[in-house]
Design a binder for this molecule. Structure first.
Ligand code: CA
Length: 738
């Protein structure tokens, strides 16, 4: 049997979003007829309340629970001794198949959360009754610009309003009592492929929001809007602007001196602030995490070197006017998509006999950083995951010492971490009782190769990295070994000693964000469709429940009338899910996500699911030459693979798995790819970059790849590695039976 074109959607690719599926009809999915709880004024959140939130176990007022973003609750009613009695209090089916990454807020008995396509839901947090839903009606074709799925990581609340950023770049204020829009502002230049997936933060009456898009080519910034009126208060750019114009401010003048050439400006420079922020009210500093360059590849972006500020940096700004205060760059001259957008935690730690006000981050580059948050001074950094791009971070200068093996301009290199990072957006947690930071770690490499034919294509991926280098090996043994190299684990990290204290190895990668509590517990949902609790001090598994869908979002906790609840938005999706598929065999079988809320003695029943596993259908015969197939493969990895999976053939998170195309889909292939027949479902047309002959070659590649995958799945390899290959060889078909 020939494995030449065989390809399994592996992993070594990532990031993308295409789209599929109409807006979830949230209202129709509403459920009970329970009377709404009588609550105080809706979302009655202000500065005093958030600043005092650490001891408020009833509520979860801001995405990180407190301004220091520790995601730790002092509530210990549910603890390591009784967590075994945790049962379902209520659940709610979201009716969306795309990724769910949101951390819910709970304010005075009402849960506010968000889903795919920036939809917002308000539930009675005790009963699960849907109080209202809001759909911003994001045009589905804009989903193409969401590198990493059409996700939303949550909402913000302030003085009666709920704020959500939308995939198509708007910031919307909703009346918290009704879900009706109060104001709606466009935060982006629609001529560029910006998106918003991060949760806003509200500081001193200003709603702060960033954006994404650096894979495609944008200039990053954050903007502050008046919470009452929606009027813009200030904007802070993270990279310099047009080299032909004067810089906007002194900080950007300094930054401009660290860039070379001018080609980067054509692409945009990057540096998007797509997720993490933190705020210290005493210091009056807002910390923002800045992303990768546009393009990724520094040999193309800034030939001749330079640090390229403020890419891959933590930047402290004054929240009153957005002015620069300090920065620390984790990856100078980043060339690997090593964003510093990841979760930042503020804490006061005893280090060498002194109390230090620190900011902590485990950015994508694999090092765990402890910095002085008053001034950005480097304190320490050690690798929390295998790292090959740098040998270490120099303790004197605070700069990483690059390994020459990390340079891929002339030769493709397998480098750790991957562009997924050693840790991505999945929230960590700091538990002051154990003094440990818990990290949802991603442990996998990536083959970086230069795209020597790089040319800026507006609106497409513009990374300067050749994704053909990343496709699964056509040698089955190599491919199996590569699959085995994809791992993930939960790490407990001592930030003072800078070392791992314990680790829970997981069955696969891309597991969920974290919550820790005074009950000596760390909660985590996993890729294998289970929600679990571990002891915070030792990492012992003390509770686990199958929920039938992979979890990537972080759990929260709250109390109502003194009774503690644990909640999580369960749903598989995001960059890795799109590229690498769904590990169905382990229990991640549902396509649609659900909100799940637990309490001690909870007796609600988990909705039952009937699962059928389907084999890959035989595709139609197609006349094609090997040259046409090879051309189709190259096109696929330029325009399609980031959504539909590396090597063509695996996708999860609600984007169709092209191995499983139906006869109807095959018959209308050109109409979909060139004609936009499924644009309303989020599959844009590609007639601006693909000709009719291109579409035929693309189709020929997909047919060939499906045939080769079928052959492979019938081989001895499937028997020898059933779990590794299950993702590529079968698809679950599930009907929720309610
Ligand atoms: Ca990126």
């Amino acid at each position: 049997m020939s494995f030449r074109m065989f390809a399994i959607a592996l992993v070594l690719l990532g990031f993308a979003a295409c789209s599929k599926e109409p807006a979830p009809d949230a209202a129709a999915a509403a459920a009970t007829d329970t009377a709404a709880a009588s609550t105080p004024a809706a979302a009655n959140v202000n500065a005093a309340r958030i600043i005092g939130a650490a001891g408020d176990t009833a509520n979860w007022l801001t995405t990180g629970r407190t301004y220091d973003e520790q995601r730790y609750s002092p509530e210990d009613q549910i603890n390591a001794s009784n967590v075994k009695d945790l049962g379902l209090a209520w659940s709610w089916e979201t009716r969306t198949r795309r990724g769910l990454e949101a951390t819910p807020l709970v304010i005075d008995g009402v849960m506010y959360t968000s889903g795919a396509w920036s939809v917002v839901w308000a539930h009675n947090a005790r009963t699960g009754e849907l109080l209202w839903s809001f759909d911003p009606q994001v045009p589905r074709d804009w989903g193409k610009y969401a590198c990493c799925d059409v996700v939303n990581r949550g909402v913000a609340a302030w003085e009666g309003k709920i704020f959500v950023g939308t995939i198509d770049g708007r910031l919307i204020a909703l009346d918290a009592a009704t879900g009706k829009p109060v104001w709606d502002v466009l935060t982006i230049d629609k001529d560029r492929p910006y998106t918003i997936t991060g949760a806003p933060r509200v500081v001193k009456g200003k709603v702060i929001i960033g954006n994404g898009g650096a894979e495609y080519g944008v200039r990053g910034y954050i903007t502050a809007y008046d919470a009452t009126t929606g009027n813009q208060a200030w904007r802070f750019y993270t990279v310099p602007g047009d080299p032909g114009q004067d810089p906007e401010n002194k900080a950007l003048e300094m930054a401009a001196g660290t860039w070379r050439g001018t080609d980067w400006w054509t692409v945009g420079g990057g540096g998007t602030v797509w997720d993490s922020m933190a705020y210290d009210p005493e210091l009056n500093l807002l910390y923002i995490g800045v992303g990768n360059g546009s393009p990724w590849n520094r040999y193309i972006r800034s030939p001749g070197g330079g640090d390229n500020l403020f890419l891959s940096s933590i930047v402290a700004v004054n929240p009153d006017d957005g002015s620069y205060v300090w920065h620390y760059q984790t990856t100078p001259g980043d060339s690997w998509d090593y964003t510093a957008v990841q979760h930042m935690i503020l804490a006061d730690l005893e280090i060498n006999g002194a109390t230090r006000k620190v900011i902590m981050q485990a950015p994508k580059n694999g090092f765990f950083y402890v910095l002085d948050r008053t001034n950005g001074q480097f304190i320490s950094a050690e690798a929390y995951v295998p790292v090959t791009w740098a040998t270490h971070v120099d303790p004197e200068s605070g700069r990483p010492v690059e390994n020459p093996e990390a340079h891929y301009a002339n030769e493709t290199k397998k480098i750790r971490p991957a562009p997924y990072g050693g840790h991505n957006w999945h929230p960590m947690t700091f538990n002051p009782n154990t003094g440990l930071v818990y990290i949802p770690v991603l442990d996998l490499p990536f083959k970086y190769g230069q795209d020597n034919a790089f040319k800026y294509r507006p609106g497409e991926w513009n990374t300067g990295v050749d994704f053909l280098e990343t496709i699964p090996s056509k040698d089955p043994d190599t491919m199996i070994n590569d699959l085995k190299d994809v791992k993930g684990y939960l790490a407990a990290w001592d930030p003072v000693a800078q070392k791992e204290v314990w680790r829970v190895q997981h069955a696969m990668s891309w597991n969920g964000g974290l919550l820790s509590t005074a009950g000596n517990l760390v909660f985590q949902g996993r890729a294998d469709g289970k929600f679990a609790a571990y002891t915070a001090d030792k990492g012992e598994l003390v509770w686990e429940v199958p929920v039938d869908v992979g979890i990537v979002a972080a759990p929260i906790t709250y109390t109502i009338d003194g009774e503690q609840y644990i909640a999580v938005v369960a749903g598989w999706g995001g960059a890795y899910a799109l590229a690498s598929g769904v590990p169905r065999h382990k229990g991640n079988v549902l396509e649609e996500g659900r909100i799940l809320v637990f309490k001690l003695g909870g007796k609600a029943e988990m909705p039952k699911t009937d699962v059928v596993f389907l084999d890959i259908p035989k595709p139609p015969e197609m006349d094609s030459t090997p040259e046409q197939v090879a051309h189709g493969e190259a096109l696929f990895h330029t325009f399609c693979s980031v959504c539909h999976g590396g090597g063509a053939l695996s996708s999860g998170g609600g984007v169709p798995d092209l191995k499983f195309m139906s006869p109807e889909t095959h018959a209308t292939f050109d109409g979909i790819v060139l004609g936009g027949a499924r644009a309303a479902k989020g599959m844009p047309k590609f007639d601006h970059v693909l000709s009719a002959d291109d579409a035929k070659d693309l189709h020929a590649f997909l047919v060939t790849a499906a045939n080769n995958t079928i052959a492979f799945c019938q081989s001895e390899y499937r028997k020898n590695y059933p779990e590794l290959l299950d993702t590529a060889c079968t698809r679950s078909s599930v009907k929720a039976s309610e």
